[in-house]
Design a binder for this molecule. Structure first.
Ligand SMILES: [Fe+2]
Length: 311
């Protein structure tokens, strides 16, 4: 473990004990409190209405960490061998998480973090730079995003939009009566069958991508499963099972086998997020998903996501 400074206003960075590619960054109670005080004159509406405030609060957080947090986040996200961060606040008490302000504070915190990494894309589902959504026991929506009873298969985000989606930030704000539903992660280089699908004749063939009406994206896009390689010549992937639209048997079977391979890979691991914590991943060399929940009629979870580009 390394400390960002010797005084009490620090954050810690360590490698996850169960997963060497995942960095765990923990903001100290001191930093969290100082950040809370420094931004108390702003609220969610103010950062929605005034985009420059998002950069101001990001800079405020960075300054509190002696300008170390931003570069640490970026270094990890660009580093092919890591590229995934679990960011937590130290010692949030039960009282904190039950308060009304907790939701607002967490929206401000994840906004500060996203603007240290780059620029969030407009989320067409919410019409904002972030989207909040609930997962409940019963759901009638048109994709698997909110459905608790089933596993959400491994995928990349942003497959059906024209914008680049370099990173994804997934924050858990509150949850109650939840058992299961952990985040699932698979690093592309750990996928046993990567070479089989990357060297396949269809790996670089343009496929069509669309989305259901709830996503509010009224066009279709085309791109291959494997995008242009990264600066080290390594594969980058853009895949999701629900929104790719195969045009013939060959494409359909390639996609089917690829999906089966991903779902059965033993290198996938699960991460439990505490309330207020967030996962940030490089979207082009990490796949993510969500495990199913144990049925409970009072199950409730509030999540927030941001997706965007590096500056
Ligand atoms: Fe996703």
């Amino acid at each position: 473990m390394t400390n960002s400074s010797q005084n009490s206003q620090s954050f810690t960075e360590e490698t996850s004990p169960s997963q060497p590619r995942l960095k765990v960054i923990k903001l100290s109670k001191g930093i969290t409190e100082n950040f809370k005080n420094a931004i108390k004159k702003f609220n969610v509406q103010s950062i929605e209405y005034k985009p420059f405030l998002r950069f101001h609060i990001a800079n405020t957080l960075n300054e509190l960490t002696h300008n170390k947090l931003g570069s640490l986040l970026l270094d990890n996200l660009h580093n092919r061998s890591t590229g995934a961060i679990l960011l937590e606040c130290e010692g949030a008490s039960d009282e904190d998480t039950k308060s009304e302000d907790f939701i607002d504070f967490n929206i401000l915190l994840s906004t500060a973090v996203s603007h240290l990494i780059g620029m969030p894309n407009l989320d067409s589902m919410s019409g904002k730079f972030y989207a909040r959504f609930s997962v409940k026991n019963d759901d009638n929506s048109d994709s698997y995003l909110r459905q608790a009873h089933r596993r959400m298969e491994l995928h990349n985000d942003g497959t059906y939009v024209q914008e680049k989606t370099d990173w994804v930030l997934m924050q858990k704000i509150i949850e109650s009566n939840v058992e299961g539903g952990e985040s699932l992660l698979l690093h592309l280089d750990d996928w046993t069958d990567l070479q089989k699908f990357y060297e396949h004749p269809l790996a670089k063939e343009n496929l069509q991508w669309g989305s259901p009406s709830s996503k509010n994206v009224d066009y279709k896009t085309t791109h291959p499963i494997f995008l242009d390689e990264d600066e080290n010549g390594k594969p980058m992937m853009s895949y999701i099972d629900q929104f790719v639209e195969p045009k013939n048997m060959e494409q359909g079977l390639y996609l089917y086998e690829l999906g089966e391979s991903l779902e059965n890979d033993s290198a996938t691991y699960s991460v439990k997020l505490n309330e207020g914590s967030m996962l940030i991943i490089n979207n082009y060399f990490w796949l993510h998903g969500r495990d199913k929940f144990t049925a409970n009629k009072n199950l409730h979870r509030e999540l927030l996501r941001q997706r965007g580009v590096f500056n």
